[in-house]
Design a binder for this molecule. Structure first.
Ligand code: ADP
Ligand code: MG
Length: 604
């Protein structure tokens, strides 16, 4: 070892850069944040070669006075805080005073700034690898600041080696840009790569228009298949958009969450969102969302991560509950509603279908949405074990189908049933046109929601079997059934005399009168096996109830009367989350008369 010595400023900055600057995108992030902190309303970005050669950011913010320019490039120099208390009330994105010196130490750097609203003279300071010229030069520059970063990591070969292809680096830059642009709708953004425009976002003055930018960044599909949310409680406010359960993703890639305008990732929030979607999404699918949480700055610690990606909430539980409740309520309200917004939610599926059938040569059939797929696959299902729908009884009274246009306008959202198709779909007529309902999926949701309420109230009605039923099981299944005896009781099953390879069922939930019991018990046991401990079981109740619901829901090929079908439609209209089945597939798809006209090329 050599003697202890002080590191040079340059080396200190380079080491610090290691923490926050790992690729062009992280430079871009810091520069954009500085521009926003300076109050810019227009930000232009130029990149070359994925940002590895050039990153130039120009803003029309407040600018830096000539005499402070050199200071801005010093470590721990900032205009954003001056005391420890300030950190607790931070309203700017930056506050550490580290970004500029760190960046400047690993590139060829220049900063030009003009803090005079009515002048055209800016002051330029340039340097290389953290060493700056002694002179500040006058140059033409409008009010605002330009920072140019060239040849990133030219002096840090070890870092440079980790840079990826132009395309990959550009993608990372684009992600940063999109994420930042979504946080400030009123700011105009224009970005070029290799002198070509690749993102242009006009400023939006009216909040009504914000969804346009969301559509541009998250895709038109998300904009169409999401629901707006907004809620306040005490000092918390949240607003934004969340995807309908039927629009889920295989990755958590369309998830934007902002706390006081800062994009963050957070476990508490991720968990709250997951819980809100818990029984409307397939396992392994992810919701999409753009959400803005406003919280008093002293309730959140933004100084928890060097790149400021993470925050710490002082009252994490409270925030968790607020988000879960807000999203959960919005999702619960996804049931057929009157009004154009709801009617359009799924009519996109019908549009896609029409496109698919109109151009059969250009489109592969796989593009036809599942929900309107041919029934061939379904009819191959075995025919045994159809449960009679427990709810389809005389208590369900239905109204007569409408015929004339006047009464049609007053029809309920899902209209009135006109027929059953292949024992799978219900066809109904509403004011807009045709409605196709997947009867099993819809009924499954209705039974499930009802079971959940009953279960929560500890109120699952049971009924003894006239003839106790012996169910043959494997040894392992019998052991499981014995072990989880109490859970079964809670769900309304009375199991007895555990034999070596059989059990006797004496009492069942009344709701399940007609279900195939041995199949159901086996499925429930399989679930129990997966969840293990009974504590886990409590958490997995929804899964178990959904298994039970699936078994008791009306099966394919059961003939329903028009009255039964109408009764099902009316139930759907009042059941929470009934726009999708327990797995997040749609339960109904509207096809408007206009869409039908299009299909038949009527009036073209
Ligand atoms: P921080 O943002 O944490 O304060 P930075 O190193 O990013 O630290 O910037 C240092 C200072 O330089 C800022 O506090 C700000 O006063 C000034 N500054 C940086 N970029 C800009 C800009 N685009 N417009 C105006 N001032 C800026
Ligand atoms: Mg900064």
């Amino acid at each position: 070892m050599t003697a202890i010595q002080r590191l040079s400023t340059q080396l200190v900055n380079q080491i610090a850069a290691g923490e926050v600057i790992d690729r062009p995108a992280s430079v871009l992030k810091e520069l954009l944040e500085n521009a926003l902190d300076a109050g810019a309303t227009k930000i232009s970005i130029q990149l070359k070669h994925g940002g590895t050669e050039v990153i130039r950011v120009t803003d029309n913010g407040c600018g830096i006075p000539k005499q402070e320019i050199a200071l801005a490039l010093e470590r721990h120099a900032t205009s954003k805080i001056s005391t420890l208390e300030d950190i607790e009330h931070i309203s700017t994105l930056g506050f550490r005073g580290e970004a500029l010196p760190s960046i400047a130490s690993v590139c060829r750097f220049s900063l030009t700034s003009n803090d005079q609203r009515d002048g055209n003279v800016g002051w330029l300071l340039a340097g290389e690898g953290g060493e700056f010229s002694d002179e500040i030069m006058p140059v033409r520059h409008a009010h605002g600041t330009t920072i140019e970063v060239k040849n990133l990591f030219f002096n840090v070969p070890a870092r440079k080696k980790f840079l990826r292809t132009e395309r990959t680096e550009l993608q990372h830059c684009e992600a940063v840009l999109c994420k930042t642009a979504l946080s400030r709708f009123a700011v105009a953004w224009i970005a070029k790569h290799n002198n070509r425009n690749f993102l242009e976002l006009p400023p939006l003055a009216d909040a009504q228009d914000n969804v346009r930018r969301v559509a541009k960044i998250c895709g038109q599909q998300f904009a169409e298949q999401s629901i707006p949310v907004e809620n306040s409680a005490q000092d918390l406010h949240i607003n934004g958009w969340i995807s309908l359960p039927t629009f889920s993703r295989s990755q958590a890639d369309l998830q934007y969450f902002y706390v006081n305008g800062r994009a963050i990732r957070d476990k508490v929030i991720a968990h709250a969102v997951k819980q809100a979607y818990q029984d409307v999404l397939y396992h392994g699918r992810f919701p999409a969302f753009v959400l803005f949480l406003e919280i008093p700055p002293d309730q959140v610690d933004v100084n928890a991560h060097p790149m400021k990606h993470e925050v710490r909430f002082r009252q994490a539980k409270y925030v968790h509950g607020f988000i879960r409740h807000t999203l959960g309520k919005a999702i619960a309200e996804t049931m057929p509603k009157a009004g154009p917004q709801a009617a359009q939610q799924y009519s996109k599926l019908a549009d896609d279908y029409i496109q698919a059938v109109q151009a059969p040569n250009e489109r592969s059939t796989s593009q036809v949405p599942n929900s309107v797929h041919s029934t061939a696959a379904r009819t191959r299902e075995p025919l045994q074990g159809y449960a009679t729908a427990p709810s389809f009884n005389s208590a369900w009274h239905a109204q007569a189908p409408v015929t004339d246009a006047h009464t049609a306008a007053l029809a309920p959202p899902l209209g009135y049933a006109i027929a059953q198709l292949h024992g799978i779909y219900i066809l109904a007529q509403n004011a807009q046109g045709l409605v196709i309902i997947d009867m099993h999926a819809a009924h499954e949701r209705i039974v499930y929601e009802r079971l959940k309420v009953l279960y929560r109230q500890g109120n699952i009605a049971t009924q003894p079997l006239l003839m106790p039923l012996t169910i043959n099981l494997s040894r392992q299944e019998v052991a499981l059934a014995e072990q989880h005896h109490e859970a079964f009781v809670k769900f309304g099953f009375q199991l007895e005399s555990f034999g070596e390879e059989s059990i006797v069922l004496r009492e069942i939930p009344s709701l399940l009168q007609q279900a195939d019991m041995s199949e159901l018990i086996r499925d429930v046991l399989a679930d129990l096996n997966m969840f293990g401990s009974s504590e886990k079981l409590e958490q997995a109740t929804s899964k178990l109830l959904s298994t039970i619901a699936c078994h008791s829901a009306v099966r394919a090929n059961r003939k329903l009367t028009i009255a039964e079908m109408n009764a099902l439609l009316r139930e759907m209209e009042t059941t929470e989350k009934s726009d999708q089945c327990n797995h997040g597939r749609p339960t109904w798809v509207p096809v408007s008369v206009e869409q039908l006209d299009k299909l038949f090329k009527r009036g073209q």
